[in-house]
Design a protein around this ligand. Structure first.
Ligand SMILES: *Cc1c(COP(=O)(O)O)cnc(C)c1O
Length: 387
């Protein structure tokens, strides 16, 4: 079956009953009860390898259905849910942290992850180097003590794309675990575990939930990585609300149609933006002018709603802010992936490359509104800052 069909027909609870609801049961629980001591012991043993009810904090059947569905989407072995996307990324870093270790992290990584590196990893004696956003200098950065490579593709804000098969091979030749933030594709446009990564991280806060009302993160591991990953999050008591899992499952049923519409709308907006002299650069990996266009076309099914523009010379950050304030359909806010359009003035948080003399930049999330309305709105806002 195609993945679009799989998303609809899996993660829905026990389907082998005579009478059932379409959706899985929402099970809330802190306490799980067992008929007797032997049963209790049996389930304690089972939970070492299987997803079984044993203790509320380890998830209920609702959580398990979501884990299974995301694993299916990513072609993973097991998934672990977290309260946020950031917590997922932090836990990938913390899980491999040991004094004397060296990590390589993408220059395009979700900004707040840098705080984990600077504040915590440094303190416990883990050295971190940031590689170029497209991963092209990973080989030069590898040291004998390199344990983990954490990538993001396409990168936040500028959408640099990693040649994952190539970079993973280099890392694996040195015994390094490869993890990648797959939030852009949300398991639908791209399958990093099939292209060489060991761990894929998705902020379910974004497209999986899709309606701007849930925060959640998911770490999906291949079998090798799961053996080294599953203990710490459990020991630290991470848990996720079954209500939120239910909402993410519900969001996922429309993931394919939403992604396709975000891309169509984005394509139309990009075509319009090309005609405006106020804009110098359009950052969109589908464009042939994008530096990693070829790898993107080879490895990705398509784009999502993300788009960044750089204004022409002479435009200031104040002009960019005036532009975003003049927009009526694009709200000022972060945490994209919902149905609505967003626009914010931004600066690419990069240290392995220098963007200080570039900009101003505006990042859009192109939502599910009619693209003609979005284009009309952008047109009037650009007119308002015409020089
Ligand atoms: C938003 C985002 C995250 C963090 O997700 P939260 O649930 O908001 O913590 C991580 N990675 C990327 C690429 C994101 O866009």
């Amino acid at each position: 079956m195609k993945i679009t069909t799989e998303i609809l027909h899996n993660g829905r609870g026990d389907q082998d009953v005579e009478v059932r609801s379409v959706n899985p049961v929402l099970m809330r629980a802190s306490t799980i009860l067992f008929k007797d001591y032997d049963t209790w012991q049996h389930y304690r043993d089972l939970r070492k390898t299987d997803r079984v009810l044993s203790y509320g904090a380890r998830g209920t059947t609702t959580n398990f259905e979501l884990e299974k569905l995301v694993c299916l989407l990513e072609g993973g072995y097991r998934a672990q849910l977290f309260p946020t996307g950031l917590a997922s990324l932090a836990m990938v870093l913390l899980n491999y942290a040991e004094t004397g270790a060296h990590f390589i992290v993408s220059d395009a990584i979700y900004g707040p992850v840098r705080t984990v590196c600077d504040l915590f990893l440094k303190r416990v004696g883990v050295e971190v180097d940031f590689c170029k956003a497209d991963g092209s200098d990973v080989e030069q950065l590898i040291k004998p003590n390199t344990k983990l490579l954490l990538l993001e593709s396409p990168g936040s804000i500028l959408y640099e794309v990693v040649d994952l098969p190539k970079v993973s091979k280099i890392a694996h030749d040195h015994g390094i675990i490869v993890a990648i933030d797959n939030t852009y594709s949300s398991g639908y446009l791209y399958n990093p575990l099939q292209l060489g990564a060991d761990i894929s991280v998705i902020a379910a806060t974004k497209y999986l939930s899709g309606h701007s009302d849930v925060t959640m993160g998911i770490v999906v591991c291949n079998e090798k990585a799961w053996k080294t990953f599953d203990k710490l999050p459990e020991a630290l008591g991470f848990t996720t609300s079954p209500d939120d899992c239910y909402l993410v499952l519900r969001g996922m049923r429309t993931l394919a149609v939403r992604m396709a519409q975000h891309e169509r709308n984005n394509d139309k907006v990009v075509e319009y933006l090309k005609t405006r002299p106020e804009i110098k650069t359009i950052f969109y990996p589908k464009l042939e002018s994008h530096p990693n266009h070829d790898v993107f076309i080879r490895d990705y099914k398509g784009t999502n709603g993300m788009l960044t523009i750089e204004f022409a010379d002479g435009y200031t950050k104040e002009d960019a802010a005036k532009f975003t304030d003049a927009l009526k359909l694009f709200a000022c806010g972060a945490r994209w992936g919902g149905y609505e359009s967003l626009a914010t003035v931004t600066v690419p948080p990069r240290t392995a490359s220098d963007w200080s003399d570039r900009g101003p930049f505006v990042r859009f999330h192109i939502g599910l509104e009619d693209p003609e309305d979005l284009i009309e709105d952008i047109a009037q806002a650009l007119d308002s800052i015409k020089k």
